[in-house]
Design a protein around this ligand. Structure first.
Ligand code: ADP
Length: 463
């Protein structure tokens, strides 16, 4: 594979103030990274978040619209106006909301501002799972068996594709995300109905009816590779994470490194990801997601943004991924090479959600008491405190509990202690469920697959 070094056109990438177009723990996380780099911060909020603690520590805190995300955190014009009025030179989109919206990245650039993320073209290519798969196949990254083309309307052609792949297959929306827009088909009889249902769902939820089909892997693990690329053609991968603990295709617990994976195959995949980034002229941070089964890796998608689980990689590599992301957005060359990237010890992250620990229904209300664990190797990323009102408008994530220790066993023990030390009253959270999960022997052994958590939950509710 030849090295094609794509140099991004020179633009004025200097900025002194960053507008943070997000909320909650990630708004605070980005704010701290900016402050440590000597940058001023402009944080926006909706009416529901007017009292957010991070408003006080931001240089400018602007309410840009009503509580509904569509009118605030997703309101591109209001965000661009806020940037203009406050004099911010760059916009950090965080994760979720507008972070993977190519049109927004383009609008930011057109407004003469720096988008802290890849360019619109990379976001668009990777945001469409079919074009992402094509790009990855072309770059030599291993993909899940199945064509890198949209499913045609022709019923015979679709049946042929399914039988060539072999059942079970999974029908996926090209524009899908957040674990939605997917349907598993185990036999030919239900193929057309599954396609029709998924197409309708895709049309309504993602605005595009395009679907594709691939092999449904029965007991894979979800392994992902974090990459960091500058605008000068330099790219590195920062090790790997295991995010197999999922409920409804949504991650619950993440860890780094992924246990039990031999170094050579993961090195090859890491190098292939980095090569793919160079080939497509990718810059910024990104994550290549893979399914891993029987010793083989299969690409499923790329996230062109900072991820919720980035702290486990920060804990094991000692790097500040958000600062690195901001520096490459400023046009600075990476100051670290692949040979200097180390993975030290083991890290876990638990997503603490305001939800019922048994039914997982969201729980809104006021936090009446909060005590957080602390000590060596314990990190809590959160924006909440006693008296904080959890609003029903947004994602239920209220905190991330992250631990780091020398070994996986020690990191699990540390997480058990940390979970035991949290006190959070007033609303329901998934903490009791996380405590029980960290007592589980199979999980402690490691290498559980993506279906393990759902099976474990079923067994628990049956007993
Ligand atoms: P999203 O963009 O909605 O997160 P992904 O393509 O990343 O969708 O898939 C989310 C999860 O769905 C994966 O982590 C895995 O658990 C499951 N999944 C996706 N594709 C397959 C597949 N081909 N076989 C088995 N499980 C899959």
């Amino acid at each position: 594979m030849g090295k094609v070094q794509v140099k991004v056109a020179e633009v004025d990438r200097q900025f002194e103030a960053v507008l943070i177009a997000n909320r909650g723990e990630i708004a605070l996380r980005i704010q701290r990274a900016c402050q440590e780099l000597g940058l001023k911060t402009v944080t926006i909020c909706s009416e529901a978040d007017r009292d957010a603690s991070y408003g006080k520590s931001s240089d400018v805190f602007l309410c840009i619209g009503p509580s509904s995300a569509g009118k605030s955190y997703l309101n591109q014009d209001a965000i661009l106006l806020a940037a203009r009025l406050s004099g911010a030179g760059a916009i950090h989109p965080g994760y979720g909301f507008l972070s993977e919206n190519a049109a927004f990245a383009e609008a930011v650039k057109k407004a003469g501002l720096v988008f802290i993320g890849p360019d619109a073209r990379s976001i668009a290519t990777m945001g469409d799972k079919i074009s992402a798969k094509s790009a990855m196949m072309a770059a030599g990254v291993p993909c899940v068996p199945g064509p890198d083309t949209a499913l045609p309307d022709d019923r015979d052609a679709v049946e042929k594709t399914a039988s060539e792949i072999g059942y079970p297959v999974i029908i996926k929306a090209a524009g899908g995300g957040g674990g939605r827009g997917m349907r598993v088909v185990t036999e030919a009889d239900s193929l057309h109905e599954a396609i029709a249902l998924t197409r309708e769902e895709a049309r309504q939820a993602f605005g595009s009816p395009a679907l594709y089909m691939e092999k449904f892997l029965q007991r894979p693990r979800h392994i992902e590779i974090q990459v960091l690329c500058d605008t000068h053609g330099n790219a590195v991968w920062l090790g790997h994470r295991d995010c197999s603990m999922q409920r409804r295709h949504q991650k619950v617990v993440e860890e780094a490194p992924a246990p039990g994976i031999p170094p050579e195959p993961i090195r090859q995949v890491g190098e292939a990801c980095v090569e793919a980034c160079r080939q497509i002229g990718y810059h910024g941070v990104g994550t290549f997601e893979f399914l891993y089964e029987d010793g083989a890796f299969y690409f499923i998608e790329m996230n062109t943004r900072l991820q919720v689980e980035h702290p486990v990689t920060e804990m094991t590599t000692g790097l500040d991924i958000v600062q690195a992301q901001i520096k490459v957005a400023q046009g600075r060359a990476l100051d670290i090479g692949q040979s200097e990237i180390k993975s030290d010890g083991h890290s876990f992250e638990c997503r603490i959600n305001a939800e019922d620990p048994a039914t997982f229904m969201p729980s809104a209300g006021v936090i009446t008491a909060l005590e957080l664990p602390n000590g060596p190797g314990i990190r809590v990323d959160t924006h909440v405190q006693t008296g904080y009102k959890v609003s029903p408008y947004y994602d239920s994530l209220i905190a991330k509990l992250i631990v780091h220790a020398a070994t996986r066993t020690e990191a699990m023990a540390k997480m058990r202690d940390a979970l035991a030390d949290i006190r959070l009253d007033g609303i329901s959270t998934n903490i009791p469920f996380l405590r029980a999960l960290f007592e589980d022997h199979e999980f402690a052994r490691g290498e559980t697959d993506i279906h393990y958590l759902e099976k474990w939950l079923k067994q628990r509710s049956a007993s």
